[in-house]
Design a protein around this ligand. Structure first.
Ligand code: ACO
Length: 326
């Protein structure tokens, strides 16, 4: 049986740290408001690095301590909604930077759910490929698409990248249970605009819409209603309960929201580790950055057979949960 396992993890954030108090110089907000509503204390913001720069540095950290030649990597997926350019993809830039000459590389767009979707895609593809290794990265420079005059969104987000090297192994068991969804009907809840339609035949009256817009309250309600069921669904299918799970790595968007999800699952909050206070919401990078934090702090050990759930939600609307064994 082919089984795909996490072989190593890594992350990178820009060196700048912007505290809640720093934000009060740019907009009418307060440390107290941001902390109480979201749990965020600071975020890292780019001072010139673009998404590919963050993803390349995260990848160098993923590969630092493993004895894998980049030419052995067959697949690179970068989950992002803030690519440097539409083409080439961020993934192609990573491929070039590390000289992974045999890898196919592409970006995947599923907003904050991107890393969970990408993990699912990579698991399936790697099992069909000759190669034994895939890189799955989530990376964002959200600060370039945030409307800095909108305090309702500007205080929430940070820049960063994180990811994993996956390895295919022969094994007697394979645990990868997933529950992935999209609800395009609710797409307007989170939008990051695009260019208006304009060509020699037609020019739209619309404005170009560069910046992120979000209906914060409706996203919050959607998540607390929908995510517990998604986590229960993977547990049910694995014939497991929360007692069998070491940690749930939940998208770091709002600490209050994470507490509500844990409560609905009757789970101790300790099973829902958080680092939102340090990084804010880094979209597709949030789950892999948390994963790397937990590996570095030795709460998670690769190869230990600990069982973890990764769960995220975001623009699309998209949401998804996977249950895996380390
Ligand atoms: N500082 C000070 N006051 C503020 C700020 C701020 N940064 N932002 C809003 N306020 C004010 C509002 O103006 C409002 O005042 P009013 O009542 O006088 O009008 C009041 O605070 C409450 O505003 P709400 O927007 O109703 O605040 P809410 O309690 O809903 O919290 C929040 C907002 C934190 C955004 C919450 O709704 C949330 O976390 N939602 C989920 C968002 C989320 O998870 N997004 C993930 C997106 S993933 C992706 O794909 C990008």
């Amino acid at each position: 049986l082919n089984s795909v396992k996490i072989h190593s993890t890594g992350m990178y954030v820009p060196s700048n740290v912007t505290t809640n108090d720093d934000l009060t110089h740019w907009m009418d907000t307060s440390d107290e408001w941001i902390r109480q509503r979201t749990g965020i204390e600071q975020r890292h913001l780019s001072e010139g690095e673009n998404t590919s720069d963050l993803c390349i540095k995260a990848t160098e950290n993923i590969l630092k301590d493993v004895n894998v030649n980049p030419e052995e990597i067959g697949l690179i997926i970068v989950a992002t909604v803030t690519p440097d350019t539409q083409t080439p993809s961020v993934a192609a830039k990573v491929q070039s930077a590390i000289q992974a000459k045999n890898a196919i590389a592409f970006d995947l767009s599923a907003a904050c759910t991107g890393f969970v979707y990408a993990l699912s895609v990579a698991d399936k593809m790697l099992k069909q490929m000759q190669s034994d290794y895939a890189l799955v990265i989530g990376g964002e420079v959200l600060s370039k698409i945030i409307d800095w005059s909108d305090r309702r969104t500007a205080v929430l987000f940070g820049d960063g990248a994180g990811g994993v090297l996956l390895k295919k192994e022969k094994s007697s068991s394979d645990l990868f249970i997933e529950d992935l969804h999209t609800d395009g009907d609710r797409g307007n809840a989170i939008t990051i605009g695009g260019r208006k339609l304009s060509n020699p035949l037609f020019t739209s009256d619309d404005e170009d819409e560069g910046y992120m817009k979000m209906e914060g309250r409706s996203v919050f309600n959607f998540v607390t209603k929908t995510i517990p069921g998604s986590i229960e669904s993977v547990l049910d299918r694995g014939n497991m309960t929360m007692d069998d799970i070491d940690y749930v790595l939940f998208h770091q968007a709002n600490a209050k929201m994470i507490e509500m999800v844990a409560k609905k699952l009757n789970s101790p909050i300790e099973k829902f580790p958080m680092n939102i206070q340090k990084y804010g919401n880094t979209s597709a990078a949030s789950v892999p950055i948390l994963l790397d934090d937990l590996v570095k702090s030795k709460q998670l050990k690769l190869g230990s057979k600990q069982k973890i759930i990764l769960s995220a939600f975001g623009g699309g609307l998209t949401w998804g949960t996977v249950l895996i064994e380390l």
